[in-house]
Write a protein that binds this ligand. Structure first.
Ligand SMILES: [Zn+2]
Length: 166
């Protein structure tokens, strides 16, 4: 069993913070990524997603996970379980320091994560205090003009990585 922390960063122009719509532990926010089989190394073709309020029973024994999947190539079972309560919004301070913000921790059994995808709805707050909701980061950069701060706001250069938690 290995735990991974999903870390994200971005260039934030006049944006104070960025996070999933209801915060990192938003029960309805889906985290999308590919999974790589720990036995045969096969990487799933499509992104899979896990959501805090969607729990599935384990195939064997008692217990639950957020994803139970059999590798299509070698047939090995694997699970992914989310560990909430460890995420923080990406702040301008972190972004300017070239640092990443931890969003969500995952317990991977039988699989490794590969390539997080920025889907779903995100929320951000400008330096002047304007709130932006339902931000779609899956396509182009987020660009707006902040009337309150009388300045442009932008979110660009999204980066993510999964770090092993020791
Ligand atoms: Zn496999």
């Amino acid at each position: 069993m290995v735990n991974y922390m999903l870390m994200v960063t971005a260039d934030l122009e006049n944006i104070a913070n960025l996070q999933p719509q209801g915060g990192c532990d938003d029960p309805n926010f889906s985290y999308f990524f590919k999974i790589k089989c720990g036995r045969c190394g096969e990487v799933s073709q499509k992104e899979t997603c896990v959501t805090l309020n969607e729990i599935v029973p384990l195939l064997q024994g008692k217990g639950t996970a957020h994803l139970v999947q059999k590798c299509k190539f070698c047939g090995r079972d694997g699970t992914v379980t989310m560990i909430p309560g460890k995420g923080k919004p990406l702040t301008q301070e972190l972004s300017e320091g070239g640092k990443y913000a931890p969003l969500m921790q995952f317990d991977f059994r039988g699989y490794e994560p590969e390539g997080f995808v920025f889907r779903g709805a995100w929320t951000a707050e400008s330096i002047a205090g304007t709130k932006y909701e339902d931000i779609d980061l899956s396509g182009e950069d987020f660009n707006e003009y902040d009337e309150k701060g009388e300045c442009p706001v932008m979110i660009s250069n999204l980066c993510s990585k999964f770090e092993v938690v020791k």
